[in-house]
Design a binder for this molecule. Sequence first.
Ligand code: SAH
Length: 225
Amino acid sequence: MKIRVLTLFPRMFDCLNESIIGRAIKSGKLDFEAVDIRAYSKDKHQKCDDTPYGGGAGMVMTAQPIYDCINAVDPTHEYVRIYMSPKGEKLSDGLCRGLAANDNILLLCGHYEGVDQRVLDLCIDREISIGDYVLSGGELAAMVVIDGVSRFVDGVLGSAMSHEDESFSAGGMLEYPQYTRPPEFMGRKVPEVLLNGNHKEIDKYRKQQSLEITARLRPDLIGKD
Ligand code: SAH
């Protein structure tokens, strides 16, 4: 999968070079690049923001650098062009799976008060939010989307890991509790059933735990899937 992020702060994306996503980038499962919008500004000081028409606090990102940047990265509109925005569709397990089915995604990160509406109207296919709160920029939101989506791209998690028995996947429930060595820690024992190697029993126990935890913490998820 090819992912391009358009941002005024490309170095923020350096942290994607770690862990599972970092490995996927190194092995070529993900082709990722953070593109600096400022490099496309025609202003003599490479300015990319200005005061809002109609007044009000803060600055708005200007249309020209974003328009030229999008058209340089995606001249034939092969990417799904997404603007990270608190007004967008809320990110979910289903949305991550859906986005992972695309070959190319482009994520535009706003900053300050946001982006001139005209460039959104001209270039953007959809808007995605990571929740009902306002961040100072779209960069962290884009990283959440990249991580959440990449897990569903073939080969990213590797054969040892699966996304199919995680929270929100198996029947839309939350996951059962996990334990690892040692069998006893600070006087607390790992549930006996997990130690006896009886996979039928383990499966039954985990399903029951999953149901109990979901009913307690997220009753809204029960019967949803
Ligand atoms: N003035 C805007 C918020 C701008 S916040 C409003 O009130 O709607 C600055 C930038 O951060 C936005 O352009 C967007 O790209 C990003 N952003 C802020 N909150 C976000 C969220 N919940 N999800 C995704 N992106 C967000």
